[in-house]
Design a protein around this ligand. Structure first.
Ligand code: AMP
Length: 176
């Protein structure tokens, strides 16, 4: 364990006003990723509640979620599953549309990504309105996954995203 505190992560996260459009304060996680101790510590904190062997697949959401989910999957000895933006996955997919804090999008997952009953953990960089995570959870429900949790590096609490994710244990490291 690298013993990084959530406060250290918060101090490293860069607030970028008016990106990608006016009125949005973008939470830039690249300073966390570029610091080996903070990156390792963020992964340790994200998987802290999950002993090795307790998770079959870690689901990452396109694109920043991939970074955390892939590293966490290696750490826990789990598989990695990408939930991608529509049109990127080459095989048969399920698709789900959703609204973003800015804009709208459709996400997709391979129909054979998760077997019924497999224990899956969803990870993403940031929970805002919860639309993205809700769409991913809908896809996982169609695959009959056993969703044991959904974790986020950052949660924007005022947007109440977790209210859209009922029935799934939600956790986050840094809350604004
Ligand atoms: P939402 O669907 O509203 O919960 O939005 C979550 C997704 O949009 C995450 O995958 C984030 O990467 C991205 N996102 C939304 N708002 C922000 C923000 N203020 N800063 C950085 N990323 C954001």
């Amino acid at each position: 364990m690298s013993h990084v505190s959530p406060a250290e992560l918060e101090a490293a996260i860069r607030n970028v006003p008016d990106f990608p459009q006016p009125g949005i304060q973008f939470k830039d996680i690249t300073p966390v990723l570029s610091d080996p101790r903070l990156f390792r510590g963020a992964i340790d904190l994200l998987v802290a509640g999950f002993p090795a062997g307790s998770v079959d697949k870690i689901i990452g959401i396109d694109a920043r979620g991939f970074i955390f989910a892939a590293a966490a999957a290696v750490q826990l000895g789990a598989g990695f599953i990408p939930v991608r933006k529509k049109g990127k996955l080459p095989w048969n997919t399920h698709e789900q549309s959703y609204d973003l804090e800015y804009g709208s999008a459709t996400v997709a997952v391979h129909t054979d990504a998760v077997k019924p009953g497999e224990r899956v953990l969803l990870l993403d960089d940031l929970l805002a309105t919860g639309g993205t995570a809700a769409a991913a959870i809908e896809l996982l429900n169609r695959l009959e996954a056993n969703i044991i949790g959904a974790g986020f590096l950052i949660e924007l609490e005022a947007l109440e995203g977790r209210r859209r994710l009922t029935g799934v244990p939600i956790f986050s490291l840094v809350r604004y």
